[in-house]
Design a protein around this ligand. Structure first.
Ligand code: UN1
Length: 507
Protein backbone atom coordinates (compact mmCIF):
# COMPACT_ATOMS: atom_id res chain seq x y z
CA UNK A 1 0.00 0.00 0.00
CA UNK A 2 2.75 2.46 -0.86
CA UNK A 3 0.12 4.86 -2.18
CA UNK A 4 -0.94 5.49 1.42
CA UNK A 5 2.55 6.58 2.42
CA UNK A 6 2.95 8.85 -0.57
CA UNK A 7 -0.31 10.58 0.46
CA UNK A 8 0.93 10.90 4.07
CA UNK A 9 -1.78 8.61 5.40
CA UNK A 10 -0.82 7.03 8.70
CA UNK A 11 -2.37 4.45 10.97
CA UNK A 12 -3.73 7.21 13.20
CA UNK A 13 -4.58 10.53 11.65
CA UNK A 14 -5.82 13.79 13.09
CA UNK A 15 -9.08 14.80 11.47
CA UNK A 16 -9.20 18.51 12.13
CA UNK A 17 -6.96 20.96 10.37
CA UNK A 18 -6.64 24.62 9.53
CA UNK A 19 -4.34 23.94 6.57
CA UNK A 20 -0.83 23.06 7.56
CA UNK A 21 -1.65 22.61 11.23
CA UNK A 22 -3.52 19.59 12.55
CA UNK A 23 -5.42 19.96 15.79
CA UNK A 24 -5.61 17.35 18.53
CA UNK A 25 -9.13 16.43 19.52
CA UNK A 26 -10.81 14.02 21.88
CA UNK A 27 -13.47 11.51 20.97
CA UNK A 28 -13.83 8.00 19.67
CA UNK A 29 -11.65 7.57 16.58
CA UNK A 30 -13.40 6.98 13.27
CA UNK A 31 -12.16 3.75 11.72
CA UNK A 32 -11.91 3.59 7.98
CA UNK A 33 -12.34 0.05 6.71
CA UNK A 34 -11.98 -0.64 3.02
CA UNK A 35 -15.11 -2.14 1.47
CA UNK A 36 -12.73 -3.84 -0.97
CA UNK A 37 -11.26 -6.31 1.53
CA UNK A 38 -12.72 -5.24 4.86
CA UNK A 39 -9.29 -4.29 6.20
CA UNK A 40 -8.73 -1.33 8.49
CA UNK A 41 -6.91 1.33 6.48
CA UNK A 42 -6.46 3.82 9.29
CA UNK A 43 -8.21 5.75 12.00
CA UNK A 44 -9.05 9.41 12.16
CA UNK A 45 -9.60 11.54 15.22
CA UNK A 46 -12.94 13.33 14.78
CA UNK A 47 -13.76 16.95 15.53
CA UNK A 48 -14.86 18.01 18.96
CA UNK A 49 -16.42 21.39 19.60
CA UNK A 50 -13.08 22.98 20.54
CA UNK A 51 -11.46 21.72 17.35
CA UNK A 52 -14.38 22.98 15.32
CA UNK A 53 -14.14 26.42 16.94
CA UNK A 54 -10.42 26.57 16.22
CA UNK A 55 -11.02 25.91 12.52
CA UNK A 56 -13.83 28.43 12.18
CA UNK A 57 -11.90 31.12 14.07
CA UNK A 58 -8.86 30.60 11.86
CA UNK A 59 -11.05 30.62 8.75
CA UNK A 60 -12.63 33.95 9.73
CA UNK A 61 -9.18 35.43 10.24
CA UNK A 62 -7.86 34.02 6.96
CA UNK A 63 -10.80 35.42 5.01
CA UNK A 64 -9.77 38.99 5.87
CA UNK A 65 -6.44 38.43 4.12
CA UNK A 66 -7.51 36.06 1.34
CA UNK A 67 -10.26 38.34 0.04
CA UNK A 68 -7.60 40.95 -0.66
CA UNK A 69 -5.68 38.72 -3.00
CA UNK A 70 -6.54 39.56 -6.61
CA UNK A 71 -8.77 36.82 -8.00
CA UNK A 72 -6.27 35.81 -10.74
CA UNK A 73 -3.61 35.37 -8.02
CA UNK A 74 -5.97 33.04 -6.21
CA UNK A 75 -6.48 31.37 -9.58
CA UNK A 76 -2.73 30.88 -9.88
CA UNK A 77 -2.76 28.95 -6.59
CA UNK A 78 -5.60 26.81 -7.90
CA UNK A 79 -3.61 26.23 -11.10
CA UNK A 80 -0.79 24.83 -8.98
CA UNK A 81 -3.27 22.63 -7.12
CA UNK A 82 -4.27 21.22 -10.51
CA UNK A 83 -0.61 20.51 -11.22
CA UNK A 84 -0.18 18.80 -7.85
CA UNK A 85 -3.27 16.68 -8.52
CA UNK A 86 -1.77 15.60 -11.84
CA UNK A 87 1.27 14.41 -9.91
CA UNK A 88 -0.81 12.64 -7.28
CA UNK A 89 -3.41 11.26 -9.68
CA UNK A 90 -2.26 7.70 -9.35
CA UNK A 91 -2.00 7.35 -5.57
CA UNK A 92 -5.06 9.52 -4.91
CA UNK A 93 -7.11 7.62 -7.49
CA UNK A 94 -6.05 4.38 -5.83
CA UNK A 95 -7.00 5.63 -2.39
CA UNK A 96 -10.43 6.72 -3.70
CA UNK A 97 -10.88 3.29 -5.18
CA UNK A 98 -9.66 1.47 -2.06
CA UNK A 99 -11.47 3.54 0.56
CA UNK A 100 -14.71 4.08 -1.36
CA UNK A 101 -14.78 0.92 -3.46
CA UNK A 102 -15.28 2.35 -6.96
CA UNK A 103 -13.30 0.92 -9.85
CA UNK A 104 -9.74 2.09 -10.32
CA UNK A 105 -10.68 3.74 -13.62
CA UNK A 106 -13.43 5.62 -11.85
CA UNK A 107 -11.04 6.54 -9.03
CA UNK A 108 -8.69 8.06 -11.59
CA UNK A 109 -11.69 9.61 -13.33
CA UNK A 110 -12.66 11.28 -10.11
CA UNK A 111 -9.22 12.82 -9.70
CA UNK A 112 -9.46 13.89 -13.34
CA UNK A 113 -12.69 15.73 -12.47
CA UNK A 114 -10.72 17.55 -9.78
CA UNK A 115 -8.03 18.52 -12.28
CA UNK A 116 -10.66 19.69 -14.74
CA UNK A 117 -12.43 21.87 -12.20
CA UNK A 118 -9.07 23.41 -11.27
CA UNK A 119 -8.52 24.35 -14.92
CA UNK A 120 -12.05 25.71 -15.11
CA UNK A 121 -11.59 27.73 -11.92
CA UNK A 122 -8.31 29.22 -13.14
CA UNK A 123 -10.07 30.67 -16.18
CA UNK A 124 -12.98 31.72 -14.04
CA UNK A 125 -10.68 33.71 -11.77
CA UNK A 126 -10.45 36.28 -14.57
CA UNK A 127 -14.14 36.18 -15.41
CA UNK A 128 -16.03 36.92 -12.20
CA UNK A 129 -17.88 39.67 -13.98
CA UNK A 130 -21.20 41.38 -13.51
CA UNK A 131 -23.40 43.43 -15.81
CA UNK A 132 -23.47 47.18 -16.33
CA UNK A 133 -26.84 48.86 -16.75
CA UNK A 134 -27.95 52.24 -18.06
CA UNK A 135 -29.26 54.49 -15.33
CA UNK A 136 -32.54 56.36 -15.81
CA UNK A 137 -30.85 59.41 -14.26
CA UNK A 138 -28.41 61.71 -16.12
CA UNK A 139 -24.72 61.42 -15.28
CA UNK A 140 -25.23 58.27 -13.27
CA UNK A 141 -23.68 54.91 -13.73
CA UNK A 142 -25.03 51.55 -12.61
CA UNK A 143 -23.30 48.27 -12.43
CA UNK A 144 -23.12 45.15 -10.35
CA UNK A 145 -20.19 43.39 -8.84
CA UNK A 146 -19.64 40.10 -7.09
CA UNK A 147 -17.92 39.86 -3.74
CA UNK A 148 -16.87 36.82 -1.74
CA UNK A 149 -19.18 35.56 0.97
CA UNK A 150 -16.73 34.51 3.68
CA UNK A 151 -16.67 30.96 4.96
CA UNK A 152 -18.15 28.32 2.67
CA UNK A 153 -19.02 25.13 4.53
CA UNK A 154 -18.89 22.00 2.41
CA UNK A 155 -20.55 18.76 3.44
CA UNK A 156 -19.74 15.98 0.99
CA UNK A 157 -20.81 12.38 0.51
CA UNK A 158 -18.84 9.14 0.42
CA UNK A 159 -19.57 8.33 -3.22
CA UNK A 160 -17.47 11.12 -4.70
CA UNK A 161 -15.13 11.57 -1.75
CA UNK A 162 -12.85 14.10 -3.44
CA UNK A 163 -14.40 15.47 -6.66
CA UNK A 164 -17.49 17.08 -5.15
CA UNK A 165 -15.37 18.83 -2.53
CA UNK A 166 -13.11 20.15 -5.29
CA UNK A 167 -16.04 21.51 -7.36
CA UNK A 168 -17.12 23.55 -4.38
CA UNK A 169 -13.72 24.48 -3.06
CA UNK A 170 -11.91 25.48 -6.24
CA UNK A 171 -14.78 27.76 -7.20
CA UNK A 172 -15.11 28.99 -3.65
CA UNK A 173 -11.43 29.86 -3.46
CA UNK A 174 -11.13 31.76 -6.73
CA UNK A 175 -14.23 33.68 -5.65
CA UNK A 176 -12.29 34.77 -2.54
CA UNK A 177 -13.92 32.58 0.06
CA UNK A 178 -12.31 30.36 2.62
CA UNK A 179 -13.62 26.80 2.73
CA UNK A 180 -14.29 24.44 5.58
CA UNK A 181 -14.87 20.83 4.58
CA UNK A 182 -16.78 18.18 6.43
CA UNK A 183 -16.29 15.03 4.36
CA UNK A 184 -18.27 11.85 4.79
CA UNK A 185 -17.15 9.92 7.87
CA UNK A 186 -17.15 6.86 5.58
CA UNK A 187 -14.25 8.18 3.49
CA UNK A 188 -12.18 10.32 5.87
CA UNK A 189 -8.75 9.31 4.57
CA UNK A 190 -9.42 10.71 1.10
CA UNK A 191 -10.01 14.04 2.82
CA UNK A 192 -6.83 13.78 4.90
CA UNK A 193 -4.88 13.12 1.68
CA UNK A 194 -6.38 16.14 -0.07
CA UNK A 195 -5.61 18.40 2.87
CA UNK A 196 -1.94 17.34 2.72
CA UNK A 197 -1.76 18.04 -1.01
CA UNK A 198 -3.35 21.47 -0.54
CA UNK A 199 -1.03 22.30 2.37
CA UNK A 200 2.02 21.67 0.17
CA UNK A 201 0.80 24.04 -2.53
CA UNK A 202 -0.36 26.66 -0.02
CA UNK A 203 3.02 26.65 1.75
CA UNK A 204 4.80 27.45 -1.54
CA UNK A 205 2.46 30.37 -2.11
CA UNK A 206 2.20 31.74 1.43
CA UNK A 207 -1.54 31.28 1.48
CA UNK A 208 -2.83 32.21 4.94
CA UNK A 209 -3.49 29.39 7.36
CA UNK A 210 -7.26 28.87 7.58
CA UNK A 211 -8.15 29.15 3.88
CA UNK A 212 -8.57 25.37 3.81
CA UNK A 213 -10.26 24.02 6.92
CA UNK A 214 -11.00 20.37 7.48
CA UNK A 215 -13.46 19.04 10.01
CA UNK A 216 -13.76 15.29 9.87
CA UNK A 217 -16.55 14.34 12.18
CA UNK A 218 -19.84 12.70 12.73
CA UNK A 219 -23.31 14.03 12.21
CA UNK A 220 -22.91 16.63 14.97
CA UNK A 221 -20.12 18.36 13.02
CA UNK A 222 -22.51 18.86 10.10
CA UNK A 223 -25.14 20.17 12.49
CA UNK A 224 -22.69 22.69 13.95
CA UNK A 225 -21.98 23.99 10.48
CA UNK A 226 -25.62 24.20 9.46
CA UNK A 227 -26.50 26.20 12.56
CA UNK A 228 -23.42 28.45 12.51
CA UNK A 229 -24.17 32.06 11.58
CA UNK A 230 -20.47 32.58 10.77
CA UNK A 231 -20.90 30.34 7.72
CA UNK A 232 -22.93 32.27 5.13
CA UNK A 233 -23.10 29.38 2.66
CA UNK A 234 -23.38 25.68 3.36
CA UNK A 235 -23.07 23.47 0.29
CA UNK A 236 -24.28 19.97 1.04
CA UNK A 237 -24.22 16.86 -1.11
CA UNK A 238 -25.85 13.66 0.04
CA UNK A 239 -29.21 12.13 0.83
CA UNK A 240 -32.48 14.02 0.69
CA UNK A 241 -32.95 13.27 4.38
CA UNK A 242 -29.65 14.96 5.23
CA UNK A 243 -30.41 17.84 2.85
CA UNK A 244 -33.76 18.55 4.44
CA UNK A 245 -32.13 18.77 7.86
CA UNK A 246 -29.30 21.02 6.63
CA UNK A 247 -31.67 23.17 4.53
CA UNK A 248 -34.00 23.68 7.49
CA UNK A 249 -31.19 24.61 9.89
CA UNK A 250 -29.50 26.97 7.44
CA UNK A 251 -32.89 28.43 6.42
CA UNK A 252 -33.83 29.06 10.05
CA UNK A 253 -30.93 31.52 10.27
CA UNK A 254 -31.55 32.79 6.70
CA UNK A 255 -28.20 31.56 5.49
CA UNK A 256 -27.67 30.21 2.00
CA UNK A 257 -27.80 26.50 1.35
CA UNK A 258 -26.67 24.88 -1.86
CA UNK A 259 -28.17 21.42 -1.91
CA UNK A 260 -27.29 18.59 -4.27
CA UNK A 261 -29.27 15.59 -3.10
CA UNK A 262 -30.76 12.35 -4.28
CA UNK A 263 -31.72 11.35 -7.79
CA UNK A 264 -34.06 8.77 -9.24
CA UNK A 265 -32.76 8.99 -12.74
CA UNK A 266 -34.43 7.44 -15.74
CA UNK A 267 -33.58 6.73 -19.34
CA UNK A 268 -36.43 6.65 -21.84
CA UNK A 269 -35.64 4.13 -24.56
CA UNK A 270 -37.75 4.98 -27.57
CA UNK A 271 -38.68 2.73 -30.47
CA UNK A 272 -36.37 4.99 -32.48
CA UNK A 273 -33.35 4.46 -30.23
CA UNK A 274 -29.95 3.25 -31.37
CA UNK A 275 -30.21 0.20 -29.14
CA UNK A 276 -26.46 -0.40 -28.86
CA UNK A 277 -25.93 3.09 -27.50
CA UNK A 278 -29.02 2.81 -25.31
CA UNK A 279 -27.84 -0.44 -23.75
CA UNK A 280 -24.30 0.71 -23.13
CA UNK A 281 -25.52 3.95 -21.57
CA UNK A 282 -28.07 2.15 -19.44
CA UNK A 283 -25.71 -0.53 -18.17
CA UNK A 284 -22.90 1.86 -17.26
CA UNK A 285 -25.47 4.15 -15.66
CA UNK A 286 -27.00 1.35 -13.61
CA UNK A 287 -23.96 -0.62 -12.44
CA UNK A 288 -21.12 1.94 -12.57
CA UNK A 289 -19.88 2.86 -9.08
CA UNK A 290 -22.09 -0.09 -8.00
CA UNK A 291 -25.16 2.09 -8.38
CA UNK A 292 -23.88 4.64 -5.88
CA UNK A 293 -23.83 7.79 -7.97
CA UNK A 294 -26.49 10.38 -7.45
CA UNK A 295 -26.79 10.21 -11.25
CA UNK A 296 -27.07 6.40 -11.37
CA UNK A 297 -29.71 5.10 -13.77
CA UNK A 298 -32.41 3.60 -11.58
CA UNK A 299 -35.30 3.37 -14.05
CA UNK A 300 -35.52 2.39 -17.71
CA UNK A 301 -38.72 3.53 -19.36
CA UNK A 302 -38.92 1.41 -22.48
CA UNK A 303 -41.26 1.62 -25.45
CA UNK A 304 -43.48 -1.45 -25.64
CA UNK A 305 -42.31 -2.30 -29.17
CA UNK A 306 -38.67 -2.71 -28.12
CA UNK A 307 -39.30 -3.77 -24.53
CA UNK A 308 -38.63 -7.47 -24.94
CA UNK A 309 -35.55 -6.92 -27.09
CA UNK A 310 -34.06 -4.52 -24.56
CA UNK A 311 -34.95 -6.81 -21.68
CA UNK A 312 -33.31 -9.84 -23.28
CA UNK A 313 -30.18 -7.93 -24.20
CA UNK A 314 -29.92 -6.58 -20.66
CA UNK A 315 -30.21 -10.05 -19.18
CA UNK A 316 -27.39 -11.37 -21.34
CA UNK A 317 -25.20 -8.30 -20.78
CA UNK A 318 -25.60 -8.56 -16.99
CA UNK A 319 -24.32 -12.15 -17.21
CA UNK A 320 -21.03 -10.78 -18.48
CA UNK A 321 -20.50 -8.36 -15.59
CA UNK A 322 -17.60 -9.31 -13.41
CA UNK A 323 -17.93 -8.32 -9.79
CA UNK A 324 -14.91 -8.09 -7.54
CA UNK A 325 -11.91 -6.13 -6.36
CA UNK A 326 -12.31 -2.70 -7.99
CA UNK A 327 -8.54 -2.23 -8.08
CA UNK A 328 -8.41 -5.08 -10.57
CA UNK A 329 -9.20 -3.46 -13.90
CA UNK A 330 -10.95 -6.50 -15.32
CA UNK A 331 -13.81 -6.11 -12.86
CA UNK A 332 -16.78 -3.94 -13.80
CA UNK A 333 -18.49 -3.71 -10.41
CA UNK A 334 -16.93 -3.22 -7.00
CA UNK A 335 -18.44 -3.36 -3.53
CA UNK A 336 -21.03 -1.17 -1.85
CA UNK A 337 -19.63 1.24 0.71
CA UNK A 338 -20.45 -0.82 3.80
CA UNK A 339 -22.66 -3.57 5.18
CA UNK A 340 -25.38 -1.04 6.09
CA UNK A 341 -25.66 -0.26 2.39
CA UNK A 342 -25.87 -3.99 1.69
CA UNK A 343 -28.75 -4.25 4.14
CA UNK A 344 -30.63 -1.43 2.40
CA UNK A 345 -30.02 -3.11 -0.96
CA UNK A 346 -31.47 -6.41 0.31
CA UNK A 347 -34.44 -4.66 1.91
CA UNK A 348 -35.21 -2.83 -1.33
CA UNK A 349 -35.21 -6.08 -3.28
CA UNK A 350 -37.63 -7.56 -0.77
CA UNK A 351 -39.82 -4.46 -0.88
CA UNK A 352 -39.93 -4.59 -4.67
CA UNK A 353 -40.94 -8.26 -4.63
CA UNK A 354 -43.64 -7.52 -2.05
CA UNK A 355 -45.13 -4.85 -4.29
CA UNK A 356 -45.27 -7.29 -7.19
CA UNK A 357 -41.95 -6.70 -8.95
CA UNK A 358 -40.41 -9.60 -10.90
CA UNK A 359 -36.66 -9.95 -10.95
CA UNK A 360 -35.37 -10.90 -14.39
CA UNK A 361 -31.81 -10.67 -13.08
CA UNK A 362 -31.72 -11.77 -9.47
CA UNK A 363 -29.82 -9.89 -6.83
CA UNK A 364 -27.93 -11.29 -3.88
CA UNK A 365 -25.02 -10.74 -1.57
CA UNK A 366 -21.80 -12.43 -2.67
CA UNK A 367 -19.83 -14.64 -0.33
CA UNK A 368 -16.58 -16.55 -0.44
CA UNK A 369 -13.12 -15.80 -1.68
CA UNK A 370 -12.57 -12.19 -2.63
CA UNK A 371 -15.88 -11.16 -1.08
CA UNK A 372 -14.83 -11.32 2.59
CA UNK A 373 -15.77 -7.69 3.28
CA UNK A 374 -19.43 -8.64 2.88
CA UNK A 375 -20.01 -5.57 0.72
CA UNK A 376 -20.25 -7.14 -2.75
CA UNK A 377 -23.71 -7.50 -4.26
CA UNK A 378 -25.10 -8.59 -7.62
CA UNK A 379 -26.49 -5.87 -9.84
CA UNK A 380 -30.09 -6.82 -10.50
CA UNK A 381 -33.06 -5.89 -12.67
CA UNK A 382 -36.75 -5.96 -11.83
CA UNK A 383 -39.84 -5.43 -13.95
CA UNK A 384 -41.92 -3.02 -11.95
CA UNK A 385 -44.63 -0.37 -12.05
CA UNK A 386 -43.88 3.36 -11.86
CA UNK A 387 -46.04 3.89 -8.79
CA UNK A 388 -44.41 1.29 -6.52
CA UNK A 389 -43.15 2.99 -3.35
CA UNK A 390 -39.74 1.39 -3.88
CA UNK A 391 -39.52 2.71 -7.45
CA UNK A 392 -40.26 6.21 -6.13
CA UNK A 393 -37.39 5.86 -3.68
CA UNK A 394 -33.63 6.23 -4.26
CA UNK A 395 -31.83 3.10 -3.10
CA UNK A 396 -28.08 3.69 -3.37
CA UNK A 397 -27.35 0.31 -4.96
CA UNK A 398 -27.34 -1.36 -8.39
CA UNK A 399 -31.05 -2.15 -8.68
CA UNK A 400 -32.60 -1.26 -12.02
CA UNK A 401 -36.36 -1.07 -12.62
CA UNK A 402 -37.88 -1.69 -16.05
CA UNK A 403 -41.05 0.20 -16.88
CA UNK A 404 -43.06 0.03 -20.09
CA UNK A 405 -44.70 2.86 -22.06
CA UNK A 406 -46.86 3.40 -25.13
CA UNK A 407 -46.70 7.13 -25.90
CA UNK A 408 -43.93 9.66 -25.33
CA UNK A 409 -46.25 11.80 -23.19
CA UNK A 410 -46.75 8.80 -20.94
CA UNK A 411 -42.99 8.15 -20.79
CA UNK A 412 -42.28 11.75 -19.82
CA UNK A 413 -45.00 11.63 -17.17
CA UNK A 414 -43.41 8.48 -15.70
CA UNK A 415 -39.95 10.04 -15.86
CA UNK A 416 -41.20 13.14 -14.02
CA UNK A 417 -43.47 11.25 -11.66
CA UNK A 418 -40.98 10.83 -8.80
CA UNK A 419 -40.04 13.18 -5.96
CA UNK A 420 -36.46 13.62 -7.25
CA UNK A 421 -35.30 15.64 -10.27
CA UNK A 422 -31.59 15.23 -10.93
CA UNK A 423 -30.70 13.54 -14.22
CA UNK A 424 -32.66 12.14 -17.13
CA UNK A 425 -32.16 11.06 -20.68
CA UNK A 426 -33.85 9.91 -23.82
CA UNK A 427 -32.42 7.48 -26.32
CA UNK A 428 -33.89 8.34 -29.69
CA UNK A 429 -32.83 9.25 -33.20
CA UNK A 430 -36.15 11.01 -33.71
CA UNK A 431 -35.68 14.78 -33.58
CA UNK A 432 -39.27 15.47 -32.62
CA UNK A 433 -39.08 13.16 -29.64
CA UNK A 434 -35.75 14.56 -28.51
CA UNK A 435 -36.94 18.15 -28.69
CA UNK A 436 -40.18 17.33 -26.90
CA UNK A 437 -38.18 15.69 -24.12
CA UNK A 438 -35.99 18.79 -23.77
CA UNK A 439 -38.88 21.26 -23.96
CA UNK A 440 -40.83 22.96 -21.15
CA UNK A 441 -43.23 20.03 -21.38
CA UNK A 442 -40.43 17.50 -21.19
CA UNK A 443 -38.06 16.37 -18.46
CA UNK A 444 -38.32 18.31 -15.19
CA UNK A 445 -34.73 17.44 -14.17
CA UNK A 446 -31.66 19.63 -13.77
CA UNK A 447 -29.89 17.43 -16.32
CA UNK A 448 -31.59 16.18 -19.50
CA UNK A 449 -29.54 14.29 -22.07
CA UNK A 450 -30.12 12.86 -25.53
CA UNK A 451 -28.36 9.64 -26.54
CA UNK A 452 -26.16 9.76 -23.43
CA UNK A 453 -26.89 8.02 -20.13
CA UNK A 454 -27.79 9.79 -16.91
CA UNK A 455 -24.40 9.64 -15.22
CA UNK A 456 -20.95 10.95 -16.02
CA UNK A 457 -21.68 14.65 -16.41
CA UNK A 458 -18.81 16.90 -17.48
CA UNK A 459 -17.69 19.62 -15.08
CA UNK A 460 -18.35 22.40 -17.60
CA UNK A 461 -22.10 22.34 -17.06
CA UNK A 462 -24.00 23.33 -13.94
CA UNK A 463 -24.63 20.18 -11.92
CA UNK A 464 -27.70 19.63 -9.76
CA UNK A 465 -31.42 19.16 -9.92
CA UNK A 466 -34.92 20.10 -8.95
CA UNK A 467 -37.56 19.02 -6.42
CA UNK A 468 -36.10 16.79 -3.69
CA UNK A 469 -32.72 16.97 -5.38
CA UNK A 470 -32.53 20.33 -3.65
CA UNK A 471 -32.30 22.94 -6.43
CA UNK A 472 -28.59 23.76 -6.04
CA UNK A 473 -26.13 23.94 -8.90
CA UNK A 474 -22.44 23.19 -8.54
CA UNK A 475 -19.44 22.99 -10.87
CA UNK A 476 -19.58 24.68 -14.30
CA UNK A 477 -21.54 27.34 -16.19
CA UNK A 478 -22.35 30.24 -13.83
CA UNK A 479 -22.65 28.05 -10.71
CA UNK A 480 -19.90 30.28 -9.21
CA UNK A 481 -22.51 32.94 -8.51
CA UNK A 482 -23.82 30.89 -5.60
CA UNK A 483 -20.45 31.37 -3.91
CA UNK A 484 -20.55 35.16 -4.08
CA UNK A 485 -22.77 38.01 -3.03
CA UNK A 486 -24.11 40.37 -5.66
CA UNK A 487 -23.90 44.08 -5.11
CA UNK A 488 -25.68 46.69 -7.23
CA UNK A 489 -23.85 50.00 -7.38
CA UNK A 490 -25.22 53.34 -8.58
CA UNK A 491 -22.79 56.23 -8.87
CA UNK A 492 -23.76 59.85 -9.34
CA UNK A 493 -21.14 61.98 -11.07
CA UNK A 494 -23.48 64.95 -11.72
CA UNK A 495 -23.84 68.14 -9.70
CA UNK A 496 -27.48 67.34 -8.87
CA UNK A 497 -29.27 64.72 -6.87
CA UNK A 498 -32.05 63.50 -9.15
CA UNK A 499 -34.21 60.81 -7.58
CA UNK A 500 -35.28 57.65 -9.31
CA UNK A 501 -38.85 57.24 -10.51
CA UNK A 502 -38.97 61.05 -11.12
CA UNK A 503 -39.73 61.79 -7.48
CA UNK A 504 -39.39 65.45 -6.48
CA UNK A 505 -38.08 66.20 -3.02
CA UNK A 506 -37.09 69.87 -2.79
CA UNK A 507 -36.25 71.55 0.46
C1 UN1 B 1 -22.55 12.42 -7.46
O1 UN1 B 1 -22.88 11.27 -7.63
O2 UN1 B 1 -22.72 12.98 -6.34
O3 UN1 B 1 -22.31 12.95 -13.31
C2 UN1 B 1 -21.84 13.24 -8.46
C3 UN1 B 1 -21.67 12.13 -12.66
C4 UN1 B 1 -20.43 12.60 -11.94
C5 UN1 B 1 -20.75 13.27 -10.65
C6 UN1 B 1 -21.71 12.55 -9.78
N1 UN1 B 1 -19.70 13.51 -12.77
O4 UN1 B 1 -22.00 10.97 -12.58
Amino acid sequence: MDFLASLKIQANNAGVSTGKAWINTTGTPIQSHSPVDGKLIGTVQPADRAGYEAVITKAEEAFLAWRQWPAPKRGEVVRQIGEALRQYKEPLGKLVSYEMGKSLQEGYGEVQEMIDICDFAVGLSRQLHGFTMHSERPAHRMYEQWHPLGIVGIISAFNFPVAVWSWNTMLGWVCGNVCVWKPSEKTPLCAVACQHIIAEVFAKNNVPEGVSGLIIGNRDAGEWMAADGRIPLVSATGSTRMGKAVGAAVGARLGKALLELGGNNAIIISKDADLDIALRGAIFGAVGTAGQRCTTTRRLIIHESVYDTVKNKLVSAYKQLSIGDPLDEKNHVGPLIDTDAVRLYSQSIEACKKEGGTFIVEGGVLEGKGYESGCYVKPCIAEAQPGYAIVQHETFAPILYLLKYKTLEEAIAIQNGVPQGLSSSIMTLNLREAEQFLSYAGSDCGIANVNIGTSGAEIGGAFGGEKETGGGRESGSDAWKAYMRRQTNTINYSTQLPLAQGIKFDL
